[in-house]
Design a protein around this ligand. Structure first.
Ligand SMILES: [Zn+2]
Length: 325
């Protein structure tokens, strides 16, 4: 699993805190009981001595240890029944002072044995949605609500789109640590590039991987802030490490950023490093292949068209589509 590292560290800390608080609250309830029903305190003190008593029985070397342990067990059961009855008689539930974990499966540790509990996986997915940079898109755009109907009547575009959606769905639902494939989503605005890449992001996050979704402008902004210290001035400058480390990076709207030597070298570095490290990247752009070639260096263009699967999204603007081929 490649959960976002910061999310993972934060959630682990939240779990320790949750676990600690659950036990603390149970202690508070127990002391409340001791104040109101002194006999409960006596019972608890007898019960808590059980371990010692068993040790004493065993080390005494007598023959009937088994019977003695059995008798102890029976006594404890009686005490527990008495304790429960006392609580109920005083208007409490019998389990009033038991530790109440949010998740009974893992006792708020996040793990069942060595396996991560479902509750922690869920928390990491929710955190992954947050740290992906997708914001509200994640709630509105998924494979489930992507309609192909929009592409009917556009000649070959329906069949193409059907194929693209199928490929992206398979990519997302099979995504694992060995997945390596890059996509270049081409086509004008309003043809579903953002919708489909969000749907992919959502699915990959749900599978437990770190996804970063960013506009080309936002990404370049982060690199500039890093290089020139031109952050928003609110201390919100993000590191640029995740552009290299995320399991899946989606760069939206390539071509809307200012293109100069610095931005081109940042872009090349991210694209190239990710290819070398076999990390998946999606790039969405309104630019045609020709426009990409004109705007970026030969190095970038050859990396993009050599290592990415181009998916030319098409709708009504057929002429534009022809130009792209
Ligand atoms: Zn759990």
């Amino acid at each position: 699993m490649g959960y976002n590292r910061e999310d993972f560290v934060r959630i682990k800390a939240e779990y320790s805190e949750k676990y600690r608080r659950a036990r603390e609250k149970a202690d508070e309830r127990r002391f409340e009981l001791y104040g109101r029903i002194p006999e409960v305190k006596d019972i608890d003190s007898v019960l808590s001595g059980t371990g010692l008593e068993i040790m004493r029985i065993i080390s005494s070397g007598k023959k009937d240890t088994e019977a003695a342990v059995e008798a102890l067990k029976a006594r404890n059961e009686e005490l527990l029944a008495r304790r429960g009855a006392l609580l109920v008689a005083n208007g409490y539930s019998a389990d009033y002072s038991d530790v109440k974990y949010e998740c009974e499966k893992c006792g708020d540790t996040g793990y069942v044995g060595t396996k991560m509990c479902e509750c922690m996986k869920k928390a990491l997915v929710l955190a992954g949605y947050e740290s992906s940079g997708l914001g509200g898109l994640i709630r509105t755009q998924s494979f489930e609500n992507f309609s192909l109907e929009y592409y009917r009547g556009g000649g070959a575009s329906y069949e193409n789109m059907e194929m693209f959606v199928g490929a992206l769905k398979r990519f997302a639902s099979d995504f694992d640590a060995n997945t390596y494939r890059n996509y270049l989503l081409l086509g004008s605005t309003g043809l579903g590039k953002t919708h489909l890449s969000t749907a992919v992001a959502k699915k990959v996050i749900e599978r437990g991987y770190d996804v970063l979704y960013v506009s080309a402008v936002g990404m370049i902004g982060d690199f500039e802030a890093r290089r020139f210290g031109t952050g928003a001035g609110d201390g919100s400058v993000r590191g640029t490490e995740r552009y290299y480390e995320a399991d899946l990076l989606i760069i939206d709207d390539l071509g809307t950023e200012v293109v100069n030597q610095f931005t081109v070298s940042c872009l090349y570095d991210v694209i190239n490093s990710r290819i070398n490290n076999r990390k998946c990247t999606f790039i969405n752009t309104n630019l045609s292949r020709k426009e990409i070639e004109d705007k970026y260096t030969e190095r970038i263009t050859s990396r993009l068209f050599g290592e990415y699967y181009p998916l030319p999204f098409a709708g009504t603007d057929i002429r534009r589509q022809k130009r792209m081929k």
